[in-house]
Design a protein around this ligand. Structure first.
Ligand code: ADP
Ligand code: ZN
Length: 752
């Protein structure tokens, strides 16, 4: 009898099961086990041994799910790293990493069978054993060429495809041969060919010359060489290229190389709808080979893609969001993380709270894959790694072709107000530029980082502003629906003129969101066609695409939007970009505020004048002398980084430390306080001054629960492993303390 350690999709460590040798189960296999009295789960066999674990009643593994293991040994190491580093369990990693249909669970075995899916298959054909050698084929031709020319032709085509494709057992996908069912049946009855269903396969191998690659400019060529050099010495490479410099062209060359060698490539993007343009470009070149993976696919599709990749023979190009890192790679070649600075790579809602960019870097070691991080505004973490030589570094300082970076105009809102040069939320500076653009039949993007009409409404008599009863944040006014909405939990209520506090009819909209900007713009530019792109107007991928396409095809003149508009778009007609209020970015209560404002403003500005004429960007702010604004205006990333890194060093923030956040929640405020103080005390006894808090969270109450936070700073260079051990002790203490164990405690390593 054998014994297996199995990971189940529960927030638990591993469980032991007995394993019948006849099942031929291997490490990495998905298996079905019974857990509890009436529950069946899919588990992953983590290890197998002949030694009986010290546990009296072991249940058996019931069956094996797929013919190939779901996890490679490298994927197992990745899961282990993620669980360990992010203080999660392997079960939590499994829950997230495997699509639901690839890991069915049920209350009975019968139900489970119904839920199980198979990897997608296709028909393969091979010539019979009597048609294997050159002589046999020639003899066949001699004999039948006259009477059955089509049959001879088909047979020779199958023979040559089998050689071309290096098919070891002679089987090739039927779709490669023009073969209707009648013809196929005839060949079969004559015993000339055999057929079989097998997992669907990509058409590999290719040669690089099969792809139509863009010709690189000398600068791009240099950057490519620098990246290759880094990869050859086993380093991660960082490609720092201004917006429009042609980073994608460099990706394309690297991808082609890997695919031609039969290796797998992953391209990670921060958000799928935003990067549909990138996907289309890749699809145009690597036609029919790209697999996209994201949460909007149907569960069946996700499950099938996963299983197909688990059985693939390599040469796959997978494009997707952060969870793509969990897809099987049989021949890992290259992982590209586009817009590597983007917060979208960090999973922050539940465990494991991983950062896909950082996982990719770890994968370079575990998988032996090359890793390329790309950005116009690299994260300070990656930039520091490039400065210290840990990563290779390549820079593209210029836009491709005749493109030049836009001219940045800083427009002082307070001064404009004093001089009477402001209309609602627009300085005359900006209005003038919009007018000029419209006159030239050019397009305009206006950016405001809040959606809705007004971020809050306030009574002008008593000062009261309605707040969410569950989350204690101000409610945002949405005029189109005439409702107030909580942007944290979705709670909505009627918006009214009458103050709920003093009953006066004096409620006024304060601040402004995209909806209000849209309204003001249409009043000021009545002839212009205006559209809005934000979380409210682009809830479905379809509405998102419709808005983007209509703007792309110049069916509208002005696009008003939130940060969605900052990301990766390449709109030919845009000459002018307006940033309505940079202040709320600059003053965000966050140690990353400077870095993020620089990134966001630079990315938004990057949408202007990407093609022919030089674009213009107007930034409205009450702090025109703010260093970030200056750095954006002079496109001085290095200057921003130098200043900001000095600050981070002085205060011991990342990249000079790792920040670990402890989040506590409970409906009983006193109990929560007790728990927070207990944990803080336990942490302080181990980490001394590195502990900050507890504080009530910025949103003290969220969805009806009270929340508190504690932050822990671990200096870079100190052992994270030792720190994790101590943290586990503290969590153990808290979870076994009778009084406070009902308090929910979560951890977020490298919190964003
Ligand atoms: P980035 O990803 O750095 O923002 P892109 O790759 O989108 O830049 O390039 C910007 C524009 O310039 C695109 O329209 C792209 O097609 C064009 N371009 C860049 N490099 C080349 C090249 N070597 N050959 C042809 N077109 C290029
Ligand atoms: Zn709420």
């Amino acid at each position: 009898m054998l014994y297996a350690q199995v990971v189940l999709p529960l927030a638990q460590p591993m469980y032991s099961f007995s394993l019948d040798e006849k099942l031929a189960v291997e490490v990495g296999d998905a298996v079905i086990v019974q857990f509890g009295s009436s529950r069946y789960y899919t588990g992953i066999v983590w290890s197998i041994s002949t030694e009986r674990p010290d546990y009296p009643r072991l249940k058996p593994i019931l069956k094996k799910l797929y013919s190939r293991p779901l996890l490679t040994p490298a994927t197992q190491r990745l899961w282990e790293w993620i669980a360990d580093y992010y203080l999660a369990t392997l079960g939590e990693v499994m829950r997230l990493a495997l699509p639901s249909l690839a890991k069915p669970s049920a209350t009975s075995l019968g139900e489970l069978d119904e839920r199980s899916i198979e990897p997608p298959t296709e028909e393969f054909i091979a010539l019979s054993n009597e048609l294997q050698t050159e002589e046999q084929l020639l003899a066949y031709r001699e004999k039948h060429a006259r009477r059955a020319p089509r049959r001879v032709e088909t047979i020779e085509r199958i023979a040559s495809l089998a050689i071309e494709r290096n098919a070891e057992d002679g089987f090739i996908p039927r779709r490669l041969v023009d073969l209707d069912s009648q013809h196929l049946a005839a060949l079969r009855t004559k015993g000339l060919i055999r057929n079989q269903r097998r997992p669907r396969e990509r058409l590999t191998p290719d040669t690089e010359s099969n792809f139509l690659l863009p010709t690189l400019t000398p600068h791009q060529q240099q950057a490519l060489e620098a990246i290759r050099l880094a990869h050859d010495s086993g380093k991660v490479a960082l490609l720092h290229g201004v917006t429009g410099s042609g980073k994608t062209e460099i990706y394309i060359h690297l991808i082609a190389e890997q695919l031609a060698a039969g290796n797998d490539v992953m391209v990670l993007v921060p958000e799928i709808v935003i990067t549909s343009q990138l996907i289309e470009r890749l699809e145009r070149i690597f036609e029919g080979r790209t697999t996209t993976y994201h949460s909007r696919l149907t569960p069946l599709r996700r499950g099938r893609e996963f299983l197909r990749l688990a059985a693939s023979s390599g040469g796959e190009l997978i494009v997707g969001v952060r969870s793509t890192i969990f897809l099987p790679m049989q021949r890992p070649g290259l992982i590209i993380v586009d817009e590597e600075h983007d917060a979208g790579y960090k999973q922050s809602d539940y465990q494991p709270r991983y950062n896909a960019r950082d996982c990719a870097v770890v994968m370079s070691r575990i998988y032996g894959a090359k890793v390329l991080l790309g950005s116009a505004t690299p994260s300070l973490e990656s930039y520091t790694n490039a400065l210290t030589g840990k990563y290779g570094y390549a820079e593209l300082k210029e836009r491709w072709g005749n493109g030049v970076l836009p001219e940045v105009i800083i427009s002082d809102t307070l001064r404009a107000l004093k001089r009477g040069e402001r209309r609602t939320h627009f300085n005359l500076d900006l209005i003038k530029r919009i007018n000029e653009a419209l006159e030239q039949n050019e397009q305009v993007i206006l950016f405001q980082n809040r959606r809705g009409y007004a971020p809050y409404i306030q009574c002008r008599t008593c000062g009261y502003s309605p707040r969410c009863p569950h989350c204690n944040v101000t409610l945002t006014q949405h005029k189109s629906s005439s409702r107030l909405e909580c942007h944290y939990c979705g709670y909505t209520t009627e918006s009214s003129n009458v103050c709920p506090n003093c009953q006066t009819q004096d409620m006024k909209a304060m601040g402004f969101g995209t909806e209000k900007v849209e309204e003001e713009v249409s009043r000021m530019f009545p002839a212009a066609r205006i559209t809005r792109l934000d979380g409210d107007t682009s809830q479905s991928e379809r509405s998102f695409k419709r808005i983007v396409t209509s703007f792309e095809q110049h069916e509208c003149d002005i696009l008003v939007g939130t940060q969605i508009v900052s990301k990766g778009f390449d709109f030919e007609g845009v000459s002018t970009v307006g940033i309505l209020n940079a202040d709320n970015l600059l003053s965000a209560p966050d140690f990353r505020a400077t870095e993020r404002s620089f990134q966001l403003l630079t990315q938004v500005a990057g949408r202007a004048g990407r093609h022919n004429n030089r674009g213009r960007v107007v930034i409205q702010t009450s702090q025109p002398e703010h260093p970030v604004i200056r750095y954006v205006a002079s496109a001085d990333y290095h200057g921003m980084a130098r200043t900001e890194l000095a600050e981070r060093r002085a205060f011991g923030y990342p990249p000079y430390s790792h920040l670990i956040r402890f989040m506590l929640r409970h409906s009983d405020y006193e109990l929560l306080r007790l728990a927070a103080h207990t944990i803080a005390r336990e942490l302080r006894s181990r980490f001394a001054h590195r502990v900050m808090g507890p504080v009530s969270s910025t949103l003290e109450m969220l969805r009806g629960e009270h929340r508190a936070e504690i932050l822990l700073k671990i200096e870079s260079g100190a052992s994270m492993k030792a720190a994790r051990e101590k943290i586990k002790e503290v969590l153990h203490v808290a979870r076994n303390d009778k009084k406070i164990k009902s308090v929910t405690i979560s951890t977020d390593v490298d919190t964003w």
